[in-house]
Design a protein around this ligand. Structure first.
Ligand SMILES: NC(=O)c1ccc[n+]([C@@H]2O[C@H](COP(=O)([O-])OP(=O)(O)OC[C@H]3O[C@@H](n4cnc5c(N)ncnc54)[C@H](O)[C@@H]3O)[C@@H](O)[C@H]2O)c1
Length: 344
């Protein structure tokens, strides 16, 4: 792997002795942003690899979203064989806060897999450079409604590109993963008059499908359903060499990170004439809201307009990709690289 990061701190937490990695990939456009992942890894090297990869991804995400920020990521390497006790968890979050504080604002952390809004409040006891603390503490709270809003904007742009109309009513969507983000996407789609298929590995999510009048099917059935758009909102890696030939949708656009099992799968999607909305463009609403509210001090309406502009970014990418004969993935990476090179 080529080393292109500005700073990587690998430290044993002072209180917990757990390995903690803070990777700052780039501050070319401004302070680096990116969440704190607290996850069980068999080896700390795996956590380091994730931190390097995810922080670089945040640089691309911020640049493509037009933010004056770079990418960073924190990983707390938790044990795999048992959960942390509440005291250990609190101590680990304080360890994170102390390391983030050393960056003196060059890096701002936030929630990621394994951490949430309450955890950001705990990190906030050690540093002010943390997004998404509880609203009662002056933070912007849970980012998932804003991520969902951005994904729905992306779905409108996707519908526009595939059918000439951004209208969601009457179109068919298969949402895979009915968690924090997917559940809200499903609600918004149902409210807009879309036809809905819902899927989750957790059978308890069937009640949401019932509430919305949606069919509840297995993840495999949802992914291969004959719909207009498949909406990945669970884990990454959905779009594999095996699945893509079996897709029966016109487009794929959703919240999940790292949807392509391998980068080359984007080419297979293009060959099959399936429009793919690059994940880090479609799911940027959460980070856009955090930056707009907590760094730029914007009011909710102005921040919402920024989130809605994900649709324009995506429409531009779809046009560029079609005009120049490249995949949407290549077009998105080129957009991010251009903004980084221009330093704006
Ligand atoms: N929360 C945010 O603001 C945000 C921002 C950007 C990207 N994302 C990405 O969006 C995705 C969803 O995030 P979330 O916050 O809603 O997570 P979540 O944990 O709340 O929800 C994920 C849901 O997916 C289900 N699931 C897991 N594996 C599945 C599978 N194989 N098939 C079907 N369902 C499965 C889970 O049961 C759960 O209900 C993740 O990939 C995340 O990285 C989230």
């Amino acid at each position: 792997m080529e080393f292109g990061h500005e700073t990587v701190v690998l430290r044993s937490g002072r209180r917990t002795r757990l390995p903690i990695i803070v990777a700052v990939h780039s501050t070319v456009l401004g302070p680096a942003v990116g969440g704190c992942r607290m996850w069980g890894y068999a080896r700390w090297e795996d956590g380091l690899r994730d931190a390097l990869r995810l922080s670089e991804g945040m640089t691309r995400k911020c640049a493509a979203a037009g933010l004056s920020n770079g990418g960073g990521k924190t990983v707390v390497v938790a044990p795999t064989h048992r959960p942390l006790t509440p005291d250990e968890r609190r101590a680990a979050l304080h360890d994170v806060g102390d390391i983030v504080a050393e960056f003196d604002g060059r890096y701002v952390t936030g929630p990621d897999a394994g951490t949430g809004v309450a955890d950001m409040g705990v990190i906030g006891e050690r540093t002010e450079h943390v997004f998404c603390r509880p609203e009662a503490d002056g933070g912007s709270g849970d980012p998932s409604p804003f991520t969902a809003r951005g994904v729905v904007a992306a779905l409108r742009a996707t519908c526009l590109a595939m059918s000439g109309s951004a209208e969601l009513a009457g179109k068919r969507f298969a949402v895979i993963g009915a968690g924090n983000v997917g559940g809200q996407i499903a609600r918004q789609l149902a409210a807009a008059g879309a036809e809905l298929i819902l899927s989750d590995v957790d059978p308890a999510k069937r009640s949401l499908a019932d509430e919305l009048g949606a069919a509840f099917v297995t993840p495999e059935a949802a992914a291969t359903a004959e719909v207009d758009v498949v909406v990945p909102a669970a884990l990454g890696g959905l779009l594999t060499w095996d699945l893509v030939p079996r897709l029966r949708c016109i487009a794929v656009a959703g919240a999940a990170n790292n949807q392509l099992a391998e980068p080359e799968v984007a080419e297979l999607l293009r060959e099959r004439d399936i429009l793919w909305a690059p994940d880090y463009i479609a799911n940027a609403g959460g980070v856009v809201n955090s930056v707009a509210r907590e760094i730029l001090g914007e009011d909710p309406d102005t921040a919402a307009k920024r989130i809605e502009s994900i649709a324009d970014t995506l429409t531009g990418l779809f046009e560029t990709a079609a005009r120049t004969g490249v995949t949407t993935a290549v077009a998105a990476d080129a957009l991010a690289r251009r903004r980084l090179a221009a330093g704006i």
